[in-house]
Every structure is written in C-alpha cells, then in structure tokens.
Design a protein around this ligand. Structure first.
Ligand code: FAD
Length: 494
C-alpha cells in the first residue's frame, strides 16, 4: 500500500497527525509540498514567508529522510512541486498510484474550497483525501455552549476549553516508530515532470532572499525548538513583560505556529505543565490563555466565515469610513510610518523592516488606523496580511475586528487608545521608538512620545526639525476622537 502526505501548514516530521495516519495505513509513504502558484504568483519576488517555508522544507526533507533510516535506506521521500495545487496533487497521487492522500485540516475558506476541489478530482480516480485535525487543540464545533451553540465571547469559551482539556488531547502523534516498518522507497528517477525530490533553490521558484537570516529568524522545526527553549527560561516573566515592545517578553513562535514547524499540542503541554504551583505559574497561565485565543479565533472563522469581509456584529457594517484622496494619503502615511506619532511610526517601521510586530503595537496601530484616521479596518487588515511573516487569517481578522470594535468580543467603540499615553505607558523610556526611529534618538524621553509638544529649544538642541526630519502629526487625537464617537454613533440606533 502506498500513501501520499500533502504538507501545508504543518511543516514538521514529529507529532504530525496526517503523517502519523499515513504511516499506520501504508508501507510506502511519499510526501509532497506544493509551492502553490495560485497563491505565489501574486506575491512580490521577495517574501519572507516563501523563504521561511523554503528553508523549513530543507530541514523537513532531511528529517523525513532520516525516518526509518536504520537500514541505511531513505525513509520518507519529500517531493516538491511548483504548480497549482488543485492540479498537481491529484496528478501526483495518480502517478504514484497511491490509495489515499493524507493532509491536515486548513479551515480558511479559500483552503477549504481548494481541498474540496482536490478531493473531487481524487475521488474520480478512486483515491481518498483523508484529513485530520492538527493545527489547533479544539477545532470547529468541538467546544460549544451547553445549548450546543458556538461561543462568541472569549472568557466562557476559555473556561469550557480548559474544562475539556485532558492529557490525551495533547498526546503527540508518534511518527518514528511507525516509520521503522516502511518499505524501501523506489528510485526517484521516475518522477513526473515538474516534480523535484526535495526543495529546489529558492531562485528557481522565482523568489529572492530577503533579510530573514539577518533578522535571525530561525526556520524549521529546530528553529522552533530553539525559540521554545529560550522562552521557557523566561515564561514566568511573561505577564510582566509581554506588553513592553522594547523587552524580550513574548515567545516569537507565531511564525512557527503559522507554518506548523511546531506542534500546538507540544506548546499547550509545556504551558499547562507549568500552570500548577511554582514560580512560572502565572506567566504560564497567561501564555496558555493566548494560545486559547488562537483556537478561539479559528472557531470563529469556522462558524462565521463572513467575517472575512464583513463585521462580526452586522450593525457595524453601517459605520461610514473616510474615503477619497485625503483618506488615501493618510493610509499611505500609516503604512510608511509617517503619521507623526512616534510609537505608531516605530511600530510600522518594525513590521516593514522585519515582518513582525509586537502584540501591543498591533493593537495600537490598528486602533490608530480606525479611530484616529477613521479608515476602514479592512485596509489595515490587508496591509498586515501582506507584511506579516506570521499572517494568519483567523488571528489577523480577529485582532483587527477587536481593535475596530466590530468583532465578536471586541473593545467597545468608545474605548479609544490615546497613542501618546500608550507610548508613555508601554515604551516609557522611548527605547523601542529610538530603535526604529533613529532620527528621534537624541530627543529627551520627556519629548519622545509627542515631539510636536516639545519646547522648540529642545528640538533645536538635538537638530530635529518637525516637517523636515520627522512629520508633524497627521491628525489631532482629541479631534479625531470626537469624530470617531460620532462615526460609531450609528451602532447605537435601536
Ligand atoms: P506570544 O505572546 O508568545 O503568544 C503565543 C502565541 O499565542 C502566538 O504565537 C499566537 O499563536 C497566539 N496568540 C497570541 N495572541 C493572540 C491573539 N490575540 N489572537 C490569536 N492568537 C494569539 N497573530 C498571528 O499569529 N497572526 C496574525 O496575523 C495576527 N494578526 C494580528 C493583528 C492584530 C490587529 C492584532 C491586535 C493581533 C494579531 N495577532 C496575530 C495576535 C498577536 O499579536 C500575535 O500572535 C503575537 O504578537 C505573536 O507574537 P508571539 O508569537 O511572540 O506571541
């Protein structure tokens, strides 16, 4: 019996549900990753995610080959295709003459449509597509209210989620013991056209290297383990440090969760173990809560796929956002970090230069876009989707709708972050601002959060001229706040 495992957002060879099932079912197991042209063709030639995937596949290829290698023969072979997945997966499954294709659930609406098309094409030649839960702890309708309805408020969801958490839910799917029984893989010379054994060079996919390695973003399953070990040394401080962007507080594991180079079961296990009595308990509880937010937004997207383009709370679709040339200018200023609000601009510099943005700053800049600039949250959401290395539709949409107050368990619309007090509170010494806005580095801390309010002599002394070295603020926060309260007034109507 032959099986094909189709990797997508689960780029690891351990604790992988689809790989585990395939190894139980078949004696000859092939794997494939598709650089899907339906996704890739619209991307710029430098994309940190494509590079992250590519480099993680190099490691996955080695790890898979090492499986069942006791007898000096290759274990599981990773094939790589650069094509449309809808065509390539059924074609490869037929060429390899497999009985079934195994994959892990990917519940984004576009992925579900792709998988349905692949399942149809496979079925026509008698091949099954067998999919498993892998990416979250509880998926789809696994956590429901007593009335059998999906939750739309986080805290009761979290309580129900924790109540359902049992050790067996977090058990790893063993891979290596089953791989030992594999049959030798046939020579790769007979591969169909367009299929390579292992990942081809990034350049041959039409992509160039980015600054990913300069940023020291570690790729692959080993990269995730490296970050995890580092984080576990400081998980006890998570609650105290996680809101300060200048401090190494969070885990930086989001890109690994996105591409599955780490298992969510492993992360929940290590967090859960530490929630009991002990110095790390509080930090571990708060971090576990963040991982539950991730499941929460995935189930929201599953039950309410309309959130992709509309407000979770329908009455908020009545909010009228700013449009026209001035709105477009404001949007560009936001994207390019030229709003004149240092914390906002430093945060946008962070996402533009690194593809990552600290969680506190994601909230600040999203609030600024919607409530200071009066721009549609979907514009910011799309910008994040292009820039973020950890872009995840469910979490990004959830985060944006939270900040815009249109979401399920969102910030009330009349709670409007003040970008200056957020800056004073969460970057009190201006360390983060100085790192990303070197032109302001010499300003004293008393002026760095709101340079327009600084005594002119102070700016002069360090050679900073507003309008030349750094922009004047594009909006006045107090005025914008009043406009926002009026804008959201429509939702108060009975
Ligand atoms: P940690 O603090 O170490 O958290 C651990 C993990 O928990 C994260 O890796 C992530 O998987 C999960 N998590 C944490 N916070 C959230 C949250 N609020 N919602 C869902 N999951 C969470 N996260 C993404 O993974 N992808 C996105 O595209 C994304 N877009 C966002 C957009 C906005 C406007 C906001 C406010 C938040 C967004 N988040 C997104 C959530 C959060 O900002 C990131 O997960 C976090 O900053 C990643 O850094 P970390 O891995 O160091 O986080």
């Amino acid at each position: 019996d032959r099986a094909l495992v189709w990797f997508r957002r689960d780029l690891r060879s351990t604790d992988n549900a689809a790989l585990h099932r395939a190894l139980l079912a078949a004696r000859e197991v092939w794997c494939v990753f598709v650089f899907d042209r339906d996704i890739l063709d619209s991307l710029p030639s430098r994309d940190r995610r494509v590079e992250f995937i590519h480099d993680s596949l190099v490691e996955l290829d080695r790890d898979l080959a090492d499986l069942g290698d006791d007898h000096g023969r290759a274990g599981v072979r990773l094939l790589v295709v650069h094509d449309s997945a809808i065509d390539a997966v059924p074609a490869l499954a037929r060429a390899l003459d497999v009985r079934a294709v195994y994959a892990n659930h990917d519940d984004e609406p576009a992925s579900l449509a792709r998988d349905a098309a692949v399942a149809d094409a496979l079925e026509r030649t008698g091949i099954a597509l067998r999919t498993s839960k892998d990416h979250v702890v509880f998926e789809r309708s696994e956590v429901l209210t007593l009335a059998g309805k999906p939750y739309s408020v986080f805290t009761p969801y979290k309580n129900a989620w924790l109540k359902q958490l049992e050790p067996h839910v977090l058990e790893a799917y063993p891979v290596a013991p089953h791989a030992a029984a594999l049959a030798p893989v046939p020579p790769v010379a007979d591969l169909p056209a367009g299929v390579t054994a292992g990942p081809p060079a990034l350049e041959s996919l039409g992509f160039e290297r980015t600054n990913l390695h300069e940023l020291r973003v570690p790729t692959g399953a080993s990269g995730a383990q490296h970050l995890l070990a580092d984080f576990l040394d400081r998980i006890g401080d998570y609650e105290d440090t996680r809101n300060f962007p200048a401090v190494k507080g969070p885990s930086y594991l989001s890109v690994h969760l996105r591409f599955g180079t780490v298992s969510i079961r492993e992360l929940v296990r290590v967090a859960w173990e530490r929630t009991g009595p002990g110095p790390a308990a509080r930090g571990a509880q708060v971090w576990l809560s963040e991982l539950i937010w991730r499941d929460f937004y995935h189930q929201i997207l599953h039950h309410h796929p309309r959130v992709v383009s509309r407000s979770f709370k329908p009455e908020y679709d009545g909010v009228v956002w700013e449009t026209g040339p001035h709105a477009d200018e404001l949007f560009t200023a936001w994207c390019e970090g030229r709003t004149g609000y240092p914390l906002v601009d430093a945060a946008m510099a962070q996402i533009n230069q690194t593809g990552y943005m600290h969680n506190r700053l994601r909230m600040v800049v999203a609030s600024f876009l919607t409530k200071d600039l009066g721009l549609d949250w979907r514009r910011g959401e799309r910008y994040f989707a292009r820039q973020l290395i950890d872009f995840d539709l469910a979490a990004n949409n959830g985060g944006w709708q939270w900040a815009a107050s249109t979401g399920c368990d969102a910030q009330p619309y009349f709670r409007i972050f003040n970008p200056v007090s957020q800056s004073q509170k969460f970057d009190p010494d201006g360390t983060f601002i100085r790192r990303y806005l070197p032109q302001l580095a010499a300003l004293p801390t008393s002026s760095i959060h709101a340079p327009w309010a600084a005594p002119p002599m102070e700016l002069l002394a360090v050679g900073v001229e507003l309008g030349r070295d750094y922009p004047e603020p594009v909006v006045d926060h107090a005025e914008a706040r009043l406009r926002t309260l009026a804008r959201y007034g429509v939702v108060k109507a009975p």
